[in-house]
Ligand binder design. Structure first.
Ligand code: SF4
Length: 323
């Protein structure tokens, strides 16, 4: 059994005495000396390679097994450190602007593999970042049980002690799983919206063919906390003033905030971010309509761009050298 997947309670349920269970959890999080009880558990972290971007972002390629590489990203902004975790190797959802979507689904990660990514970053920093986002490879709601278990481990007070409200789970809108997500964690929920016109939305996000925008909106309306709406700005696709107006209408009456993210260079060369002044104008139009909207600059462009690119590059390098 790997300690990365264990809470104090789950250790106790496996017959470990409470004092030993707490000592194990604290030690694995780097907060105590190694207890003897650790001998009975696996605590090795997967091999990883770190690539640092000039903007301060650090991207880790984490080798979970011989065939499986996932990405974990450390984003440092002012004094805020955020770890971006992968929940799957690859992804079945196939969003057109996403490198991971092109890979297809390789497999779900276990809770231990998810927490191990955080532990790798924490050991590399010799610190415990307080913010965690599930925005790396994979759709977290397609692996919800393991993601929820990982959140329990990450938020354990005696362990990594990440505040639960500083965890964000980002979904492309897997409508039937959202009620369970709301009910079982106080983590923030982010929904990738990106477009509102049905043909554009369906073209960008194949998942939109399954669940209508109306159903997605109804599900967002039932959220117990503010939901973050993600809007990747793509030049000529969803950045026109009328797109901002439609988004403002969608937000009307909902407890939401909007994150505008200029597109990272992705798999389709013709798709690019709008010029910065147009991004700002889009944000202002939303703000004028009473919508809380932030413009976020994408991190990590120079080390490989959107989620999955570094892992993809490493896989390509590995298969080239195997030939
Ligand atoms: S954006 Fe997210 S849900 Fe869509 S293909 Fe990429 S990893 Fe999957």
């Amino acid at each position: 059994m790997h300690l990365a997947g264990m809470t104090e309670q789950s250790l106790i349920e496996r017959g470990v005495k409470q004092a030993h269970a707490r000592a194990l959890v604290s030690w694995f999080a780097g907060r105590a000396t190694r207890p003897r009880a650790a001998d009975a558990f696996d605590d090795q972290l997967p091999r990883s390679e770190a690539v640092r971007d000039p903007d301060g972002t650090v991207r880790f390629a984490v080798h979970l097994d011989e065939k499986t590489i996932v990405e974990t990203v450390l984003i440092e902004h002012a004094s805020r450190r955020t770890v971006c975790l992968s929940s799957q190797a690859g992804c079945a959802r196939g969003c057109v602007f996403c490198e991971t979507g092109r890979l297809g689904l390789q497999r779900n990660l276990t809770a231990a593999e998810i927490v191990s990514q955080y532990a790798i970053v924490a050991r590399w920093l010799n610190d415990r970042p307080r913010n965690v986002v599930f925005m790396g490879m994979g759709e977290p709601l397609d692996n919800l049980a393991e993601v929820l278990e990982a959140i329990e481990v990450l938020t354990e007070r005696a362990g990594f002690a990440v505040p639960e409200r500083r965890v964000t789970v980002s979904t492309v809108g897997i409508v039937p799983k959202m009620a369970e997500l709301y009910a079982r964690t106080k983590a923030q929920v982010a929904v990738s919206l990106h477009a509102l016109e049905p043909p554009v939305r369906k073209a960008l996000l194949p998942v939109a063919r399954k669940w209508s925008l109306e159903r997605l909106r109804e599900t967002i309306a039932t959220a117990p906390r503010t939901v973050l709406l993600q809007w990747t700005l793509i030049h000529g696709v969803n950045d026109a003033p009328q797109d901002a107006d439609a988004l403002a209408r969608f937000c009307n009456g909902l407890d939401v905030r909007v994150n505008l993210i200029p597109l990272n260079p992705g798999p389709i060369p013709e798709q690019r971010a709008p010029p910065l002044e147009e991004c700002r104008a889009f944000q202002k139009r939303l703000a004028d309509a009473g919508v809380r909207a932030m413009l976020r600059m994408p991190h990590g462009q120079k080390v490989g761009g959107a989620c999955g690119q570094l892992a993809g590059a490493l896989r390509a390098r590995a298969s080239a050298s195997a030939r």
